[in-house]
Design a protein around this ligand. Structure first.
Ligand SMILES: [Zn+2]
Length: 152
């Protein structure tokens, strides 16, 4: 009888172990999926940026007024919505400053034509980088737009 108890205990422990391992890998899979979607989003932002540059070349240095206008006039293949939950990216352009900025609110990623891709959460943790980014954005955007972008 004692032998069976031991065997049963061993089985229960084994089951627990498998459950824990199962949970962990499920979490890892979810984490990986998240990273994959975020990477896809960054690729989108780069592609939009690329299309903006091409647009400007074809329109005497003028950037598109909106992402819809860009999409309508571009032969490039890109999405103007984040793959996370299809929210449209935020876009602001300033022709007189040769400047544009695109933001994904879901992933808190911004991309402009001067600094490239910036993760908002990461850059806020690095004081030196933060100053550079803040200065750059303040030169190009008004207070209201800074708020919209998430920098104020
Ligand atoms: Zn996104």
């Amino acid at each position: 009888m004692k032998k069976y108890y031991k065997l049963a205990t061993l089985l229960i422990i084994l089951c627990l172990c498998f459950t824990i391992v199962g949970c962990k890998s499920k979490k890892e899979i979810e984490q990986n999926k998240k990273l994959e979607v975020q990477a896809e989003c960054s690729i989108n932002l780069s592609a939009i940026s690329n299309a903006c540059d091409i647009y400007a070349k074809e329109h005497e240095g003028k950037y598109p007024n909106s992402l819809d206008e860009l999409k309508r006039n571009s032969k490039e293949n890109f999405s103007i919505n984040c793959p996370e939950n299809s929210n449209k990216y935020l876009y602001i352009s300033k022709d007189e400053k040769y400047y544009y900025i695109i933001k994904c609110s879901d992933h808190k990623i911004i991309m402009d034509n001067k600094l490239g891709i910036i993760e908002l959460d990461t850059f806020k943790r690095e004081p030196k980088f933060k100053n550079i980014v803040q200065q750059e954005l303040q030169e190009n955007l008004n207070p209201e737009e800074l708020k919209e972008i998430g920098i104020d």
